[in-house]
Design a protein around this ligand. Structure first.
Ligand code: GDP
Ligand code: MG
Length: 681
């Protein structure tokens, strides 16, 4: 009998060639050792076997059967592995445990389960059960290897083993009836052909059903059928020693069932796959073995979820580490106030790369867990990036604030600027910069905002603008004061040099005229600064006070002792040394020198009371308020209008009278002397 498949010799040769050309290093790994410890080297071996990145693109097959039924021999022939084979000479048992290797020319992991047949040696049924549990939990296909003469021996060791397999299967897949199936591939060895394969398989199937019926089933699964959990396949191989060439030929044909998906008996049907990504197999298998070892309840869905959590965390951490490393370079610049160009696109790109890296590996795991962990990763990435976002936002704010200030300063340098417009344009410059920068770093799928920072920036604008406004208003007031001063000073000097009783009225008129001009300018400017009526009123009062004080200062200058005495002397001389026609007098002896002298001196001294107080008898309305006003723009200073009207105190006037009298005595003597001189001639 031959393996039933419709393959031509050529096709077999093609697959054989592919199989033979695979030069990958395929060392074997003891997954579970004699001490029942799970290996730590599996990730390394997966890499060596070229399966580290295989995802779901790999399959697992395990072999069960009595000791020395040629299992390892079959696997080595079938898959090109190098599992230990019992020496024909020594007949010594091979190492116990579970071994794993990769098949040549295929993405198939093969597990050689040693010593599964504890019953035969009456020992270690515990390991038999555990290795059965482990194999069923991890493998898609279980090869059951037996001699032809063992078929029908219902009480034999094989049947005990099968009973164990069925029992542990029920435990594993309790809640998942019909969802996950395993293929049991019976390989009948030393098949002679006297009894047709179909008869042998019928016998086996009947025995299996019998075992199944006899199993004590868990609650709720009393009626479940063997076919809810297993598919069956039967094949046979000729005697390896007696007909070695036929044996090889049949093994080659059997191999096709493992490598060619088009094969009618292709063993790795998708629904057998345990859906454990290759990069998580070591975690999954190790976790299952831990549970088995500690005799804890083992159910595969929970294992799948635990695996997903573990692996998704691992994958996320790797992605996150690569992600955060990209931003270290920006930490210092941002802390020292720099605005990083392109930060937004870089953040988005880096986050996308991290998520993509995560998706690539993690999306193969338990869907719910994957989704949850993906959100966690996104949240972590966002939290990390937020520091950079906020740092950059702060720096944008600082720069925008500076830009506002610079633009405003520039704007108010131009002649005839309008303050409101100047502020508006500076605000636009600042906002344009800030908003563009802020929008560029705002990532989707975050709850980030820049409204708060923008509000703070606007408060900055407000502060800078109001300070600039105060400065500008003060500057304007100063220039108006100067203007008033220029208007007033010269006419004031003239008036005081030719003072007569109406002088103060004229001074007030001059002051009024200059003030009117100043007020006009203030009113015009008030619009540009959008001043309130109160502010305008205050500016006007300030201007009046300040201008009045400057006028008083000018008066004080004019009233400085020597200049005042000069004014008195001029007035005196005018009267004494010049006649009513303005001609110099030549004294004659008969002239009344004493009388003239007295009159002239009195005239001159009349100036002192005139200068002494500002006479407002003709301007009774004229007053500059001394009341406190809320000073917004100008510095506050004491102001007492009443006091400002007194220029020379009584004692000062008396003192000056004395000094002038003494000075004028000299003129008297000189006049007298000049008459003596004329008479003497
Ligand atoms: P295992 O313990 O089931 O893994 O069996 P081994 O592969 O170690 O083989 C045990 C013995 O059986 C070795 O001496 C092999 O040479 C021999 N053997 C292997 N294959 C066959 C076969 O197809 N028929 C027979 N009769 N002997 C075989
Ligand atoms: Mg073996």
């Amino acid at each position: 009998a031959t393996v039933p498949n419709g393959y031509s010799h050529d096709v077999v040769e093609t697959f054989k060639a592919k199989w033979e050309q695979d030069t990958t290093d395929l060392p074997r790994l003891q997954v579970i050792d004699e001490e029942k410890k799970f290996t730590e080297e599996m990730p390394d071996y997966m890499k060596t076997w070229g399966l580290g990145e295989a995802g779901f693109n790999y399959n697992v097959v395990a072999v069960f059967g009595s000791q020395s039924t040629g299992k390892s021999t079959l696997l080595n022939r079938l898959f090109g592995t190098s599992f230990d084979i019992m020496s024909e000479v020594q007949r010594k048992q091979t190492t116990k445990g579970i071994w794993m290797s990769r098949g040549r020319g295929m993405h198939v992991l093969i597990m050689d389960v040693e010593g599964t047949d504890g019953r035969e040696r009456g020992e270690d049924q515990d390991f038999e059960r555990k290795s059965a549990l482990f194999s069923i939990a991890t493998s898609e296909v279980i090869i059951l290897n037996l001699w032809e003469h063992q078929v029908g021996l219902y009480q034999g060791a094989n049947m005990g083993l099968l009973k164990t397999v069925f029992e542990v299967n029920l435990q594993l897949f309790q809640a998942h009836k019909g969802n996950e199936k395993t293929l049991l591939l019976f390989v009948i060895r030393d098949f002679v052909g006297a009894t047709p394969l179909v008869n042998l398989s019928n016998t086996l199937q009947a025995d299996l059903d019998k075992i199944w019926v006899g199993l004590s089933k868990p609650e709720g699964l009393e009626d479940c059928k063997i076919t809810d959990y297993f598919d069956f396949m039967y094949t046979a191989l000729p005697h390896k020693i007696l007909v070695p060439e036929k044996f090889d030929d049949e093994v080659s044909k059997l191999r096709l069932r493992f490598i060619d998906p088009q094969h009618p008996n292709f063993v790795f049907q998708p629904h057998y796959h345990k859906r454990v990504p290759a990069d998580g197999l070591h975690i999954y298998a190790g976790g299952i073995w831990d549970k088995i070892q500690s005799n804890k309840d083992l159910d595969l869905p929970t294992q799948q979820e635990l695996l997903a959590q573990y692996r998704c965390d691992e994958i996320a951490n790797v992605a996150l580490a690569a992600f955060t490393a990209k931003f270290i370079q920006y930490k210092r610049p941002i802390e020292s106030g720099s605005v990083i160009e392109n930060l937004g696109p870089e953040m988005l790109e880096a986050r996308n790369v991290a998520i993509k890296a995560f998706d690539k590996d993690a999306s193969r795991y338990h869907a719910e867990v994957y989704k949850r962990k993906r959100l966690e990763l996104l949240a972590k990435a966002n939290t990390f990036l937020q520091t950079y976002y906020l740092g950059q936002l702060k720096n944008l704010h600082k720069k925008a604030s500076g830009l506002f200030k610079d633009t405003l300063t520039q704007n108010i340098k131009s002649p005839n600027y309008d303050f409101l417009t100047a502020v508006q344009s500076a605000r636009m410059a600042g906002d344009e910069y800030f908003l563009a920068g802020a929008k560029a770093i705002l990532l989707p799928e975050t709850d980030w905002t820049y409204e708060d920072e923008h509000a703070q920036l606007e408060a900055d604008y407000e502060e800078v603008a109001s300070k600039a406004r105060a400065d500008e208003v003060r500057k304007m007031e100063k220039s108006l004061e100067k203007m008033v001063q220029l208007e007033v000073n010269e006419p004031l000097s003239l008036l005081l040099n030719n003072a007569n009783p109406g002088a103060w009225h004229k001074v007030v008129l001059i002051f009024h005229k200059a003030m009117d001009k100043g007020k006009e300018t203030l009113i015009k400017q008030a619009k540009s600064f959008s001043s309130s009526d109160a502010e305008l009123k205050e500016s006007v009062i300030n201007l009046e006070r300040r201008s009045w004080q400057l006028l008083r200062k000018k008066i004080d200058e004019e009233m400085e002792d020597s200049r005042l005495l000069l004014k008195l002397r001029n007035r005196f001389e005018e009267k004494f040394r010049y006649d009513e026609h303005g001609l110099p007098r030549v004294w004659k002896p008969e002239d009344d020198i004493d009388g003239h002298f007295q009159t002239a001196r009195e005239e001159a001294l009349k100036l002192l009371p005139l200068f002494g107080n500002i006479d407002l008898s003709e301007d009774t309305d004229f007053v500059i308020s001394s009341d406190d006003v809320c000073i917004l723009f100008s510095l506050s200073y004491d102001f007492d209008f009443e006091a400002s009207l007194t220029i020379l105190s009584e004692s000062k006037q008396a003192d000056l009278t004395q000094r002038f009298k003494r000075e004028s005595d000299a003129f008297y003597l000189e006049a007298k002397r000049s008459t003596v001189a004329t008479t003497a001639k």
